[in-house]
Each structure stands twice: as C-alpha cells, then as structure tokens.
Ligand binder design. Structure first.
Ligand code: ADP
Length: 247
C-alpha cells in the first residue's frame, strides 16, 4: 500500500443545507487507537461531521472511508454494524430500568434464538455486563434504577451501553458537560483505557478535559479545518487565536 492505513479517512466531505455549506470540503484522518478531539466555535459544523459519519445526515459530496468500507453509501444501522458507535449530548438511557438492564438491553443480539444457545448466552451476557459496569465505574450500582443515578453516572452508563457493542470507533458529543471535576477526571481515565481496542472522536469545549485526552486536536471553523495537531500546536496557532478572540 502506498498510503498509510487509517481507521477513518474523511475526504472532501461537504454537506449543504439550502445552499449553506455546514461542512465544506473537509478532510481529516483518524489513526487506530487515537483519541481525536474536535473543537471550534458554535456553528463550526462539529455536530454535523459526527452526523455525517454515523449516517444520520447524508453528504452532498465527499467520502468517509472506515477500514475498507465507504460509509457514505450506507444506512445508519449498517454503519453501527460496521463498528461505529455514537453518543449524543442527551442521554438515551431507560430511566425506569436498572444499570444492569440498560446494559443487558444494549448487548448485541445474535439471530440465533435456540434454547441451548440462549442459555449459554445468559452467562456470557452477565459476564460482559459486569465487565462493562466496572469499566464505567458502575459496578456497585448494577441494580440501581438509572433514574436515580447522578448526571455523570448517566453519561457513563450511556458510554457503557455503547461499549458493550464493542465499537471500533466511538464518537462522543460533549461527554463531560455538567460533570464535576472528579467525574471529568474519571471520564478521561475511562477514555484512556478504552482506546487500547478502538479510536474515539470527541467534540468538546472543556479545554482541561481536551488536554487530558487529546492525542490530536482538529479545530473547525465555518465547516473547514482551521488547524490540526497537538493541543500545544493548535493553541498557539494564530488562526485559532484569532477565531476564538474575535468572538
Ligand atoms: P457545531 O456543532 O460546531 O456547533 P453544527 O454542526 O451544529 O455546528 O452546525 C453547523 C451549521 O449548520 C449551523 O449553522 C447550523 O445551523 C447548520 N445546520 C446543522 N444542521 C442543519 C440542518 N439539518 N438543517 C439546516 N441547517 C443545519
């Protein structure tokens, strides 16, 4: 191969809403085991980029290559099946169900419903739920109704519900918004643990959190990449300083 193998290659991605280009000829590349943070002022197109990758919004032009698959041709559920998980800003947990039940419901279902297999699966599912609950700091809340979890715990539960599906690419929209400092630090620890098996794209405004997690930062402005590189690099980029101070 003449080119480096990226996990995700976004090239020339454009989407227009009534002639307005919310994402405008955008290109970026994500490595395996990378945490990439996308920052940028409101309206820069960050959320739209995640919508495009997960198939919620269809591109006007450009390509999104994930391993060997072109995602722009696929439907949302097919993209999930390829191993792309997306967490939205508002948690979509079942409040009346327990932590265990929420995780159990998210376990990927096989098509085989024969009894013996289903029985063996029960134990497998329980083990996996326990493993994921520990990972997201909820091992002592397994039988707690989701409704009475703290805001931060609800965010972790939802991350757990995605992790139990073992995505290769996990996308998170402002995961630490509204969290305490302690919860924010634990979330950073969580992300740094889970990237052993996957890559993560995070949209984030909390710069302390960005510093704790970002391998690289992509700064978006008006649908384009304004700057990209290490946190130190983008922070000192005059183009970035101008956009942030100009607001
Ligand atoms: P960010 O996440 O960086 O704040 P967004 O991706 O939400 O930015 O939005 C980028 C621009 O695209 C905004 O001007 C927004 O109003 C516009 N936009 C996003 N989605 C739609 C849509 N479905 N229809 C029309 N305009 C949209």
């Amino acid at each position: 191969p003449s080119q480096k193998d990226f996990l995700l290659s976004v090239e020339g991605l454009t989407v227009s809403f009534d002639g307005f280009k919310a994402v405008n000829d955008l290109s970026f590349y994500i490595d395996e085991n990378e945490i990439r943070v996308i920052i940028g002022p409101n309206g820069a197109g960050k959320t739209t980029v995640l919508d495009l990758i997960c198939g919620r919004t269809k591109a006007t032009s450009g390509s999104i290559k994930f391993r060997d698959s072109e995602l722009t041709d696929l439907k949302e559920h097919q993209i999930v099946h390829k191993g792309v998980g997306r967490k939205f800003q508002n948690p979509s947990i079942y409040e009346e169900l327990t932590v265990f039940e929420n995780l159990e419901l998210s376990f990927p279902r096989g098509r085989n419903v024969f009894g013996a297999l289903a029985f063996r699966r029960d134990a497998e599912v329980r083990d996996r739920v326990d493993e994921i609950a520990s990972l997201v700091f909820l091992q002592n809340q397994l039988h707690t109704p989701a409704a009475i979890l703290s805001h931060g715990q609800k965010q972790w539960l939802e991350i757990g519900m995605l992790l139990i599906q073992d995505p290769t690419l996990l996308m998170l929209d402002e995961p630490v918004a509204g969290m305490s400092v302690g919860e924010r630090l634990k979330t950073a620890e969580l992300l740094n643990t889970i990237i052993k098996d996957r890559s993560v794209i995070v949209i984030e405004h909390d710069m302390k959190f960005v510093e704790d997690i970002a391998h690289r930062v992509t700064v978006m402005h008006q649908g384009k990449v304004l700057s990209e590189g290490s946190m130190a690099h983008v922070q000192n980029d005059p183009k970035v300083v101008e956009v942030y101070l100009g607001h």
